[in-house]
Design a protein around this ligand. Structure first.
Ligand code: GAF
Length: 388
């Protein structure tokens, strides 16, 4: 699948700029097994890079201008690298300007370059195509200009670019895109950025994503509001329990003891975060012990928390998880990523995948009149220099 994408991207590059690119980079999307909305609350997350990627082709052009072609959108943008970076209406271009801005601010000397990119990561599906865009660009420019930027700093710079574009995201997506390893999930401590890999061995079960094919527009504003609510919640906790350093140290009992001090919404957000941090650690133990049934059960619990307490679900995602709860071939399901649309992640008994897909597609079509897509993702390597 990626061979076709690489051929298409490099072929387009040759057509447009008259020669082969110097560098070709593959930058993946990500899934997250469990640990949702805890990256910006200092919890652990359990993501992995996947085999859906953005392919970038680069060359220097001996100018002070970046010419960037988005093959899939049939759009080109020109960025004057000496000018101040500005936000533009075409959102995809802002990720590029954001990366240029932070590379320059960090002292990396860029000169002109040509870049063509094309992607097979579904956009707006919660697979983090934006992190793949930011990190793939930084990685490619590092290779092109010979910068030395650590993987962690690539992820952190990608996150800054995302904040500049408008989403006050955590570090999970960029970190997973850069640090992914084939057949491994990453347990990332988002407080210290320490990480370990676990074998992604789901034994008798397959990981399948169902794409609701909806993206509700409140995503950005609601995401940023949740983050503020969590900060407010933690400052109340800290006032009462000064020994707490982060949400990780907090127990459900402490939350209950001071329940009246939170607003109703903030109480629910805090309850979810503390519960989710605990679920991630149980899921990691269960994964290592080969107890995939328990991992599945924890996914269902996470979804209930995201829907009822964190309130980032929607009717379409709740329906997909309800179908899963009612089907004994599916042992776990939840919305994945920021919410308000995008995908659910599901653990399905091997051999039952096609029957489940057919059934869910029919149910979803009947309920919402929307086509349900499904993706069998493979856990794959992080950002890679394919050529150069
Ligand atoms: C989005 C954000 F970009 C991540 O940082 C993370 O917070 C996620 O939503 C929710 O877990 O993908």
């Amino acid at each position: 699948m990626n061979a076709i994408l690489i051929e298409q991207t490099t072929g387009f590059f040759a057509e447009k700029f008259g020669n082969e690119p110097d560098k070709v980079v593959l930058s993946p999307g990500r899934i997250n097994i469990i640990g949702e909305h805890v990256d910006y609350n200092d919890g652990d997350v359990l993501p992995a890079a996947i085999d859906k990627v953005i392919c970038f082709a680069f060359e220097k052009n001996n100018s002070q201008t970046a010419n960037i072609v988005a093959v899939d959108l049939n759009e080109t943008v020109t960025i004057d690298l000496q000018g101040e970076m500005q936000l533009r209406d075409a959102i995809w271009t802002n990720y590029f300007s954001g990366v240029v801005k932070y590379l320059k601010e960090s002292g990396y000397e860029l000169s002109g370059f040509n870049c063509v990119f094309s992607s097979n990561i579904p956009v707006g599906s919660g697979l983090s195509s934006s992190a793949a865009l930011e990190c793939g660009l930084i990685f490619g420019l590092q290779a092109l200009f010979g910068f030395e930027i650590s993987k962690q700093d690539i992820a952190l710079m990608g996150q800054k670019a995302e904040h500049w574009v408008g989403i006050n995201c955590g570090i999970m997506d960029q970190f997973a895109s850069v640090h992914g390893q084939k057949n491994k999930v990453i347990q990332l401590d988002c407080n210290t950025l320490a990480y370990t890999y676990h074998d992604a061995d789901f034994s008798d079960y397959s990981l399948v994503l169902f794409d609701s094919n909806v993206k509700h527009s409140l995503f950005t504003s609601a995401y940023n509001t949740r983050r503020k609510e969590c900060e407010e919640g933690f400052s109340i906790l800290k006032r009462n329990f000064p020994e707490l350093k982060t949400y990780r140290d907090c127990t459900p009992d402490q939350v209950e003891t001071i329940k009246e001090q939170f607003s109703a919404d903030v109480y629910k957000r805090v309850r979810y975060v503390v519960g989710e941090i605990n679920r991630v650690s149980r899921a990691c133990q269960a994964l290592d012990a080969g107890n995939i049934q328990l991992v599945g059960q924890l996914l269902f619990e996470t979804h209930d928390g995201l829907s009822n307490d964190y309130e980032v679900s929607c009717a379409e995602l709740d329906a997909l998880v309800d179908y899963a709860k009612a089907d004994e071939a599916v042992i776990g399901s939840r919305l994945m990523g920021g919410g308000f649309g995008g995908c659910t992640i599901n653990l399905i008994k091997k051999g039952s995948e096609e029957a489940v897909k057919t059934k869910f597609k029919a149910l979803y079509q009947a309920a919402f009149d929307i086509e349900l897509k499904s993706y069998d993702v493979k856990i794959s390597d992080g950002t890679t220099l394919y050529k150069g």
